[in-house]
Design a protein around this ligand. Sequence first.
Ligand SMILES: C[S@@+](CC[C@H](N)C(=O)[O-])C[C@H]1O[C@@H](n2cnc3c(N)ncnc32)[C@H](O)[C@@H]1O
Length: 331
Amino acid sequence: MTSDQPSPDHVLRLINGYWATGVVGAAAGHALFTHLENGAETAAELAERARIAPRGAQTLLDGLVSVGLVELREGRYHNTPEASLYLVDGKATCLSGFARLKLKHMGGLAALPDVVRAGGPVRDATTEVAENPHWEEIVPAIAAQSVPAARIAAEVLGLADAGAVSILDVGGGSGIYSAIWLAANPRARATQLDWEPINAIARRLLAERGLADRFTTVPGDFHTTDFGVDRYDIALYSHIAHQEAPEDNIAVLSRLREALRPGGSVVICDYVVDDDRGGPALPLIFAAEMLLKSKRGGTWRRSDYHDWLVKAGFTTVSFHSAPPATLVIAR
Ligand SMILES: C[S@@+](CC[C@H](N)C(=O)[O-])C[C@H]1O[C@@H](n2cnc3c(N)ncnc32)[C@H](O)[C@@H]1O
């Protein structure tokens, strides 16, 4: 290798990317970030608190320093600000459940070469299966990712001062949007439409937060369950559009337009890519997840969302950054 050649370091890190998934998932599984936050700062202290082998603790710490989630200062280990915010158990923004889940999903990627050849799932598609138990693991694990987006959307909508509004959350999952929005506006009411086992998870969250009396659930498939007419002020469609084909998104958005009162808003949250498909990075690579797990889903462009919303009867469309997702709000 000559000195003007690029180093293979980046390519080797990508080829071995599963090491990062493994180290972060295992560290989250043993609450290492939480123990670090609570003052355990050496491999021996962490091994004792997490009840893991000292050799295992040292290996995880080396890996976490390598991926930039833990810093070593004067022989003692500390969470980076990112790890402290996103990987310490009990914080509203904590993604450690998601890290544990992704470690379990890793084996499924071995099918990607076949999936790419076939142009879709080679085993059962996940998103099309009614009441798929897959969602029961996913929705609590992804709830924290919606916290910042739900707060940003509440601000854009002026929700706190919107009075006695009525909200419909299609495929609401954990119920995290309803929990945040009902807490922000004590006169708002929310209805979630999802599969019944998932609605049960959401009802538990809303009850834990003392909001159950303003939250109702409807069980069923959102493709066929009636949304009603002129019934809601806000309709939410968060992290659903990517599992659907364009014509199915237009059909659901058209029915949501009818379900909204005049002047009502639809809020879409999703991984939206630029029109030239040049970025952003995380939404672009998320397309692989949809190729593996859905028959016709994908990561759609801003122009796709705009076109669908106009076809569905909305006249004003705006885009708002909620990294790594985008909020699309239409009236
Ligand atoms: C990726 S999760 C999104 C959850 C939530 N909206 C959020 O942003 O955190 C997808 C949700 O849609 C629900 N879902 C998927 N297909 C559905 C269908 N055909 N009918 C009803 N719910 C569905 C799943 O049960 C799951 O709760």
